[in-house]
Design a protein around this ligand. Structure first.
Ligand SMILES: Cc1cc2nc3c(=O)[nH]c(=O)nc-3n(C[C@H](O)[C@H](O)[C@H](O)COP(=O)(O)OP(=O)(O)OC[C@H]3O[C@@H](n4cnc5c(N)ncnc54)[C@H](O)[C@@H]3O)c2cc1C
Length: 389
């Protein structure tokens, strides 16, 4: 008889964790303070399952850009300079993680490739639809130093197993005919295996399979402290840090805010997912009727207000790069990436309490990585429960 397991958080990390635990025969209950699943960061993200975005942000280039962008209102990265120990400790640790960037990029890329396979297995086995589009991801570059950096990073990706190659400006247009390239387009990088989909649809559809087929319980309840008498996995996104604190664990997760717009009935819009490396903007086609455009990173605490001057650059960028796009009906959204300073998720058992596990802190790649980290943490819990029999 397998043990009961509780999970805090019904976002992508919690729901995929529930899936692997339930498949291993555990009796699973998911608690979430929100009534419906995937209503926090796993609601309106960029949609990319992207091994080709595995590069961690820890570099002196990012630090220099961050400083340059401090005073630019529509910059892709904003740091609120107000005093916060949590924020400045995080920034300090971000800089200290620069020497590990190459290894972390390599590992992230491998994990993303493994997760690709797992998501496809889940979707096929459970017959899930989530507006998946398999047309690869095209990164475009208008800045020579960004392109030079991409060439270096691509070698790491290739080593990790991602087939991705450089393409000329003309080839960018062949790959995505809806694109009208910026005048200074220097070229791009393309891979065919990354794909996209609606994270919210995936989560809600998988959770209903979990409830109906695997007898998983989904309970609308806030967990205020960690004191379980059964194994419990913390998948609480940006709130994981405060929960871990209740048992004295310190998780270095900081909320990095981002925005998206969903353009409804865009008429002219790409089917190939894109990433503009200079503007730090991603696009994903979510079925016939929707284009998701996402970007920006703000270090500004736990605030999810939708600020119009942060939304406008996303609309302007879409209109510039896809002329003729219809932006009459646009839904804006803001979310908080649960980000560690070294940009790797926390997937481990607590040293303070044997019943507590963490699968959290996936940052800008929670959709890309969760199936893999969920499988890993579920294996660890299953091994431990088998050892106790
Ligand atoms: C603008 C933007 C674009 C992005 N684009 C991409 C992308 O293209 N590709 C990609 O891979 N990733 C992307 N991401 C990142 C990705 O969306 C996140 O990493 C992922 O959604 C985090 O999932 P999660 O399950 O860890 O957290 P969440 O989805 O936030 O889920 C946490 C859940 O825990 C619940 N909870 C918290 N505290 C408690 C408590 N005490 N008791 C009970 N319940 C609790 C919350 O209600 C919530 O439902 C993007 C993020 C943003 C903001």
């Amino acid at each position: 008889m397998n043990k009961k397991v509780a999970i805090v958080g019904a976002g992508i990390a919690g729901i995929t964790t529930a899936y692997y635990l339930a498949r291993a025969g555990h009796e699973v209950v998911i608690y979430d303070k929100r009534k419906h699943p995937a209503m926090a960061t796993s609601y309106g993200n960029g949609g990319q399952l992207s091994a080709s975005n595995a590069e961690t942000w820890n570099s002196w280039r990012s630090v220099k850009k961050g400083v340059k962008w401090l005073f630019k209102a529509d910059a892709p990265l904003k740091i609120n300079p107000s005093i916060s120990i949590e924020k400045y400790t995080w920034i300090y640790r971000f800089i200290r993680a620069i020497p590990s960037a190459e290894k972390n990029t390599y590992d992230t890329c491998m994990w993303a490739l493994a997760a690709h396979k797992l998501y496809k297995e889940i979707a096929t086995r459970e017959n899930l639809s989530f507006d998946m589009v398999e047309k690869g991801i095209l990164h475009i570059y208008t800045d020579q130093s960004e392109l030079n950096n991409a060439r270096k990073v691509n070698k790491i990706y290739n080593k990790a197993g991602l087939e991705r190659w450089e393409v000329s400006p003309k080839e960018c247009l062949d790959i995505e005919p809806a694109l009208v390239p910026p005048p200074k387009l220097l070229g791009g990088f393309y891979n065919e295996t990354d794909f996209t989909g609606d994270i919210h649809k995936f989560c809600t559809n998988l959770l209903s399979v979990l409830v109906t087929k695997y007898n998983v319980k989904h309970v609308n309840k806030e967990v205020k402290f960690l004191n379980p008498d059964i194994p419990l996995v913390v998948c609480a996104g940006v709130n994981s840090r405060e929960l871990a604190k209740t048992i004295g664990d310190s998780l270095p997760i900081y909320p990095v805010k981002g925005y998206s717009i969903t353009i409804h009935n865009p008429e002219v819009a790409p089917w190939t997912s894109m990433l503009d490396d200079g503007a730090k903007i991603v696009t994903s086609r979510l079925g016939e009727d929707r284009l998701r455009v996402a970007g920006t990173a703000e270090l500004n605490g736990y605030n999810t207000d939708i600020i119009q001057r942060r939304i406008r650059p996303l609309i302007r960028w879409s209109e510039k790069i896809f002329p003729g796009i219809n932006t009459e009906h646009v839904t804006p959204w803001a979310g908080l990436r649960p980000m560690t300073p070294y940009m790797m998720p926390i997937v481990k058992r607590s040293k303070r309490n044997d019943n507590i596990y963490y699968n959290t802190g996936h940052g800008h790649l929670g959709w890309t990585l969760s199936a893999y980290t969920a499988q890993k943490i579920a294996e660890q819990i299953t091994e431990s429960s088998d050892a106790q029999k």
